[in-house]
Design a protein around this ligand. Sequence first.
Ligand code: NI
Ligand code: MN
Length: 230
Amino acid sequence: MRMTTKIQWLGHSCFYIESNSHKILIDPFLTGNPVAALNAVDLKADFILVSHGHGDHIGDTIEIAKRCNSTVICNYEISGWMESKGVKAHGMQHGGAFQFPFGKVKLTLAFHGSMLPDGSNGGNPCGFLIRFNDKFCFYDAADTGLFGDMKLIGEEGIDLAALPIGDNYTMGPEDAIKAVGFLMPKKVIPMHYNTFDMIKQDAHAWAKAVKTQTGVNALVPNPGDWIDLG
Ligand code: NI
Ligand code: MN
């Protein structure tokens, strides 16, 4: 089958995805992001997935969503907050899945916080398991610590996983290797590192250790790179 899904890492936890004719953004933190590959004003999206309420994930969501008439996909609490700002939103909760025009999205567990920038209750943080219409399966763990139920998520058959390795706010490199062992994706990429000094990591050393310890291919894209999904 011809792969129609293309995924670009824009730095930190931000992804831009094209799948068939659909444009999807995840955690579009561009303004104020020292490693952002693009400016928010240059991006278009039909759907924006937001994993939790922190500023480095909500980012430019409101500006982009208003300009593009995008639908924000997020937890129920954040969906209400988005609607209060005049943004279209589709609220979900953990374990629930929904078939969108580009594919099926399931909210997964994430151990983290989720307070919104103005102090509002952002519900619980989540990750995303996305099965695009071409069957390509992307697991974005978002901000989380390691958890054993990643084994269950791995049973879904993941083509690409994105895992945080920055430590301090999320799992660090060693736990992220354990996560790869639980998930056993075809490929994995690191994220949420080197944006700030607090989360500095050697991603290339991590990728080598992933390969040695799990056999899984870890790619290390630069911000702005399209990920080799082949
Ligand atoms: Ni966070
Ligand atoms: Mn974060």
